[in-house]
Design a protein around this ligand. Structure first.
Ligand SMILES: Cc1cc2nc3c(=O)[nH]c(=O)nc-3n(C[C@H](O)[C@H](O)[C@H](O)COP(=O)(O)O)c2cc1C
Length: 167
């Protein structure tokens, strides 16, 4: 699919069919994430693919994923992420978010619905999925076959003149 069309087609899906997402699709989504760029190529991002009933129940304790049959917990190891010396900024979240974005668009390209979720309890994710102290759960990406049409915010964006300033 043309990239601009893909960008327009994606929206936040908050209703999913219970159908399982096939293994080859799961692999394609993960591959799109694995190939993402990271700062200095440090590759601090790790993904937990959640698709068992037990795993999804453990995930739901931490945050709402609208009964999606598949979710990726995108984590980033802060001990591996690059640090900007000028102000100490770490690329932990940035690296994880590029991975998440690539996975989201790969899923969209295959006709699946997605929802990016940050509203979750990190301590519950940490406990339920056994994360080390340095491993930060940054994003959850819920994925599945859509059972809706669009989201209320889809297409609601600030005008280009507000978005950009040329100088
Ligand atoms: C970083 C980020 C975090 C988000 N977290 C949540 C969330 O926790 N729960 C939720 O329902 N939607 C979440 N969303 C989805 C946004 O609400 C949605 O992208 C926005 O309203 C625009 O709508 P659209 O994606 O349909 O175009 C998140 C999106 C982003 C990019």
């Amino acid at each position: 699919m043309d990239f601009n069309e893909l960008v327009r087609r994606r929206y936040s899906c908050r209703a999913y069919k219970p159908d399982t997402v096939e293994d080859d699709m799961v692999r394609s989504i993960l591959e799109a994430g694995r190939l993402a760029p990271t700062d200095r190529n440090d590759q601090p991002v790790r993904v937990i693919a959640v698709r068992s009933k037990e795993g999804l129940a453990k995930l739901e304790e931490a945050g709402h994923i609208y009964d999606a049959p598949l979710a990726f917990i995108v984590c980033s190891d802060r001990s591996k992420a690059w640090t900007r010396s000028y102000d100490g900024m770490k690329t932990t979240d940035i690296d994880a978010s590029i991975v998440t974005t690539q996975m989201m668009y790969e899923a969209t390209d295959m006709g699946l619905g997605t929802l990016w979720v940050c509203m979750f309890k990190p301590d519950v994710i940490r406990r339920n999925f056994g994360l080390d102290d340095d491993m930060i759960p940054v994003n959850i990406l819920a994925v599945g076959y859509r059972d809706d049409q669009t989201s209320k915010n889809h297409g609601v964006r600030i005008p280009m003149d507000d978005f950009v300033r040329y100088t």
